[in-house]
Design a binder for this molecule. Structure first.
Ligand code: CU
Length: 64
């Protein structure tokens, strides 16, 4: 399980975008986005760096 804090999450649309791009990257991924907490939980075998790169590319850079 990978957890990220993503300050740029502001609404359900952001959550849907994040869920979409990550499930495109790994169809088996389970993605849980909390808009209020600005947190993303990803249950996936992908390396953390690959998820960070994809989130950043989509405009949702995780906090270091
Ligand atoms: Cu949004």
């Amino acid at each position: 399980m990978h957890e990220f804090t993503v300050p740029d999450i502001s609404c359900g649309g952001c959550a849907r975008t994040i869920t979409r791009v990550l499930t495109e990257l790994d169809a088996a991924a389970k993605v849980d986005v909390s808009v209020e907490a600005k947190q993303v939980k990803v249950d996936s075998q992908l390396p953390r760096a690959a998820i960070v790169a994809r989130l950043t590319e989509a405009g949702f850079e995780p906090q270091a």
